[in-house]
Design a protein around this ligand. Structure first.
Ligand code: GLA
Length: 751
């Protein structure tokens, strides 16, 4: 020490020297690899972001070959030119065994292609080779071209510097003198080397969304998809592949999410050499997009990420990415950008269904305001001749029997109660019993001469048509211009049938799969531009339209029509694998529940919903003073900790899946100054007490004080202890915490 002190005898001088040394060290430390780079000698592209490196190169044949996707490599790690994989006997050409970034169906390709086309004269062979590239700020655009024909594909890559999540999409361009029909077009193909992998994906049905499936990947192809015209309840365009068996907090995970709200498909294929290819984009079923000379087709974006901290780590990366990069109305820039936590809403649907009236809604609004609700939303039933679901969709004028003076008196009342006002709409649909359908029967998806299959007594307007797009945009614009509306719950209550577009020549009609969804995005973007303050919820009979495409416009989503608080625990668990609790609306509704006939306490219902973005959907005019007081108290506690709950790092401590007796989640804010723990019991058996909860993600050296939101810790538990204590020793719930459908919640604050 004495020797090293010689230069800086004076403390001030020492501090300055230290500062200068640090500055110098920062300058001479080898620079982090640029976000994107190309090595001309080896023809290798490299993308670095967060803790991730992604490398691919041009092999001697000219194909774009994947080289590496995983944890960050050192800047000094150089790669040689990509070497194609061997021909695996005469049955598996090198073209098929080599992991290509975007393989055309041609030559001897037997794995899932990224692109399949038919040329005008019948040729269907497409072999894409590197043509040129251009580095961008956080990525690269690589142009591929068929070995002979003038079909060009630009692969767009970018990497998020914070999370390392890659965004990939392709633009397919026809520079031939004749039309080219695109029959299969992926956004991206992801490749993983041979290993034992497990696949995680989400499936469901109406009122039963968000089931997490975990299975071993076997040889052959596993397909998840929607052929329904929209995202669908039945599968969600997200996956996570883990080496070995699924593990919440350990192990390598590669995950991806497709940003598309139309028919989609993702395939997982373990090939003949045990390598895995994941290909996703437009669903090729019934697909056919004709590109005339000079035209191009852009695919959706396929996001892909990597975590070395298990499925929990993958979710936390995606959540942060959604909050800072995807969701609309973010405040700030870079990794700290975030939308505001959602207002606590009241929604009238379960209380009144379509029986809405001015007086009835005002009575609900008065009660909602007394609870501490921020936003009052009137659901279905306010427009056209809407008494039941047999009529009215398409006629977006205010029903004068129910609202003789228009919406203004109700909206004014809601404002006077210090809440803002939201309204339900279902813009893409029409009931045959409506003025709109009587005037424009040609506006629906249909195939001439064929039946028009109804679902919930409604048909789907063909939003791909320019006149339908103009109509939908104009009635919504008028509604928002004439009324002081802060929020639209945008519903979509059926899937497509007979998806024809008879305005166009037969060869062009399948474009409906692309143009419908594009026009939906166009309308959402245009409404946002014209009415910047209006917020949106994506609902499709619950969680039928939740994906990273719609989340660029929707501030929140309705995960399920199933509001049973016990079912919701498992649904919310599944939902949070891909999606942040910021967008996960969760209402407290009446007990016994209409779907399962299960009775639960109000506190249990509140705590279940407080794990997400809270709403109330019960018939609150019937609540007793005691119930009102409970909800008021819990809404106030929720408001205090809401940013931590919905935007913090989520740890799924104990999963409610597979009939688990217990479940628990924990969130920690980014500064690690606050954490919230939720714990639930399904049904106590054999007197078992709640397991010790070992918390995660806290600062081990900091002191945290624990405050109950609802519930008790075991007598003798400290009120203040270090992060190390809560993480290593754990939290002991009171022994009294037993029974059926019980919940507890605690807040920890750094001292
Ligand atoms: C769908 C929604 C519900 C409600 C009804 C109204 O089912 O998911 O929340 O809005 O429509 O008809």
């Amino acid at each position: 020490m004495g020797g090293s002190n010689k230069a800086g005898k004076h403390p001030m001088l020492k501090a300055i020297t230290c500062g200068l040394l640090l500055l110098f060290a920062a300058i001479i430390t080898p620079a982090q690899p640029a976000a994107s780079a190309f090595d001309a000698a080896s023809k290798v592209f490299r993308l670095d972001g967060g803790n991730v490196s992604y490398l691919f190169g041009v092999n001697p044949r000219g194909e774009l070959q994947q080289l590496y996707w995983g944890g960050k490599l050192a800047a000094t790690d150089n790669f040689k030119q990509a070497v194609p994989l061997r021909e695996a006997a005469s049955f598996d050409s090198s073209y098929t065994t080599t992991p290509q970034e975007y393989a055309g169906w041609g030559a001897g390709l037997y794995v899932e292609p990224a692109l399949k086309v038919t040329f005008a004269e019948g040729n269907r062979d497409l072999v894409l080779h590197y043509d040129s590239h251009e580095l961008t700020q956080n990525g690269v655009n690589v142009v591929l071209k068929d070995i002979k024909r003038y079909v060009f594909v630009t692969l767009h890559y970018s990497i998020d510097p914070e999370s390392g999540i890659l965004a990939r999409l392709a633009t397919i361009e026809n520079r031939e003198p004749q039309p080219v029909r695109v029959e299969e077009a992926a956004a991206a193909a992801w490749s993983l080397p041979p290993a034992h992998y497990s696949l995680n994906y989400l499936t469901g049905r109406w009122a039963g969304e968000w089931t997490l499936n975990q299975e071993t990947l076997h040889p052959g192809e596993r397909v998840i998809e929607s052929r329904r015209g929209s995202t669908g309840h039945q599968a969600n365009p997200w996956f996570a592949i883990q080496t070995g068996d699924p593990d919440e907090e350990h192990g390598e995970v590669w995950f991806g999410a497709l940003a598309w709200s139309g028919s989609w498909r993702i395939t997982f294929e373990q090939d003949q050499l045990d390598a895995v290819r994941v290909v996703g984009g437009f669903n090729p079923f019934d697909f056919g997009y004709v590109l005339h000379p000079g035209q191009s087709l852009e695919t959706p974006i396929f996001y892909g990420g990597y975590s070395s901290h298990g499925l929990g780590g993958a979710s936390r990366l995606l959540h942060r990415f959604e909050i800072s990069q995807i969701l609309p109305r973010r405040v700030g820039t870079g990794p700290s950008a975030a939308p505001k936590p959602r207002p606590v809403i009241y929604n009238s649907w379960e209380a009144t269904e379509m029986n809405v009236t001015e007086a009835g809604q005002i009575a609900l609004a008065e009660k909602a305001a007394a609870l501490g609700v921020d936003r009052f939303v009137m659901d279905d039933g306010w427009f056209g001749q809407r008494k039941t679901d047999h009529a009215g969709l398409g006629d977006w004028y205010v029903n004068s029997e129910k609202f003789p003076h228009g919406l203004k008196p109700l909206i004014d009342k809601v404002h006077s109660l210090h809440m803002d006002f939201g309204l339900w709409v279902e813009p893409e649909m029409v009931n045959p019993d409506s003025d709109l359908y009587r005037k424009h029967p040609e506006w629906v998806l249909n195939m001439p001469g064929r039946p028009r299959s109804e679902a919930r007594n409604q048909l789907v307007l063909n939003l791909a048509r320019p006149d339908v797009r103009a109509y939908v945009l104009s009635f919504l614009d008028k509604l928002l211009t004439e009324n002081d509306i802060a929020f639209l719950k945008w519903d979509y209550n059926r899937n497509w049938s007979e998806p024809g577009w008879d305005q166009l020549p037969p060869t062009e009609q399948k474009k409906v799969y692309v143009e419908f969804t594009r026009n939906l995005y166009f309308i959402l973007a245009e409404l946002k531009r014209r009415h910047p303050k209006v917020e949106l919820e994506s609902c499709s009979g619950g969680g039928g339209r939740v994906d990273l495409g719609i989340l660029k416009y929707a501030d929140e989503v309705w995960p399920s029509d199933n509001t049973d608080p016990f079912d919701r625990l498992t649904q919310q668990d599944g939902f949070t694998y891909p999606y942040t609790a910021q967008v996960m609306m969760a209402w407290v509704t009446d007990s016994p529940h209409w779907l399962n006939k299960r009775s639960t306490s109000l506190t249990y219902r509140m705590l279940s919903s407080m794990q997400g973005s809270l709403g109330i959907g019960a018939n609150i005019t019937k609540w007793t003073d005691e119930e009102t007081a409970t909800v008021k108290r819990l809404i106030a506690s929720y408001h205090e900790a809401q940013p931590t709950i919905v935007q913090g790092d989520l740890y799924r401590l104990i999963s409610p899946r597979n009939g688990s007796e217990f479940s628990a989640t924990q969130t920690v804010n980014r500064g690690k100054s606050q954490s919230v723990v939720f714990a639930f019991i399904h049904s106590t058996q054999e007197g078992r007490t709640f397991p010790k909860l070992k918390l995660k993600g806290l600062d081990p050296a900091a002191q945290y004080a624990v405050t109950p939101i609802d519930g008790k810790l075991q007598p003798g538990s400290p009120e203040v202890a270090s992060g190390a204590y809560w993480m290593n020793h754990g939290m002991d719930m009171s022994e009294e915490f037993r029974g059926d459908f019980q919940g507890a919640a605690f807040r920890l604050d750094k001292k």
